[in-house]
Design a protein around this ligand. Structure first.
Ligand code: DGL
Length: 270
């Protein structure tokens, strides 16, 4: 077995991929991490597919030059739905893991045979969601809702919000899904993982599903299959938080990143 100490790169439009990065880190503590928050381009959800492909291709080219990641996790449903295939073509030698909305577990859990997917406009307007639903549950109805304001809330207000504010932010979506008749809801945007407990508390008898486990598992399995695992923690290793754009996130955001236990000790504009 060889030892590959190059970092695993996580990428999102902002703070949304942090829960995914943290989950992976807990199961794979020896792996070095680089997390890129593409805040200059936030939000991804209002952009068109070609624009996202261009942006992500450019970013990956630069990041490969600077950090030589051994694996990339697109910790963003919008980026994955829009650009994963194109990026695989452009970077055939770079293992890429996408974030696929947890439609399958929702379909399996739904007693009413009606699931709901909450995501960005770009994600829910992509035919991929309906195709996934038909693949795993041809008898299952699908209701999709775009929630750009909730993405905005997590990115810019979550860290300073209280439980009541979070509850009020989430409740209208639960009610819309309930009224539509859906009983299994997919958090189809990584930002919503920050509100996972709030969703579960507000959901009552509706079930809430996410792709946290699946993405971590896929990333770890790929490292293993391709013999890319890091055998040890390098003493001088640094996990790195990169942020695009001129405005560095407000201090409370940075505290939040640290609170995720990633010891992202070097913070840089990129
Ligand atoms: N966190 C992203 C997702 O999973 C996108 C949010 C945004 O930038 O609109 O879709």
């Amino acid at each position: 077995m060889t030892m590959d100490n190059r970092p695993v790169l996580f990428l999102d439009s902002g703070i949304g991929g942090l829960p995914y990065c943290y989950h992976f880190h807990q199961g794979n503590p020896k792996e070095a991490l680089v997390y890129l928050a593409d805040r200059e381009y936030f939000p991804y959800g209002s952009k068109e597919r070609p624009e996202l492909i261009r942006r992500l291709t450019g970013l990956l080219n630069r990041l490969r030059g600077s950090y030589d990641p051994k694996l990339v996790v697109l910790a963003c449903n919008t980026a994955s739905v829009s650009a994963l295939q194109a990026l695989r073509k452009s970077f055939p030698d770079l293992p890429l893991v996408g974030t696929v909305p947890a439609v399958k577990p929702a379909v399996l859990a739904s007693k009413k045979r009606h699931i709901g997917v909450l995501g960005t406009s770009r994600t829910i307007n992509d035919p991929y969601i309906a195709e996934l639903t038909a693949k795993f549950g041809s008898d299952c109805a699908l209701t999709t809702i775009a929630a750009p304001d909730l993405v905005e809330f997590v990115e810019h207000r979550y860290a300073v919000s209280d439980a009541q504010e979070r509850h009020l932010a989430v409740l209208p979506y639960i009610e819309q899904f309930r009224c539509a008749g859906a009983d299994a809801i997919v958090l189809g945007c990584t930002h919503f993982l920050f509100l996972q407990d709030t969703f579960k508390d507000a959901a009552g008898d509706l079930s809430i599903h996410d792709s946290l486990e699946g993405v971590s598992h896929r990333a770890a399995a790929l490292l293993d299959q391709r013999d890319l695992c890091s055998g040890a923690v390098f003493p001088d290793r640094e996990n790195i938080l990169l942020v695009t754009g001129n405005s560095f996130p407000e201090p409370v955001w940075q505290e939040r990143a640290r609170a995720f236990g990633l010891s992202l000790c070097s913070e840089q504009n990129y």
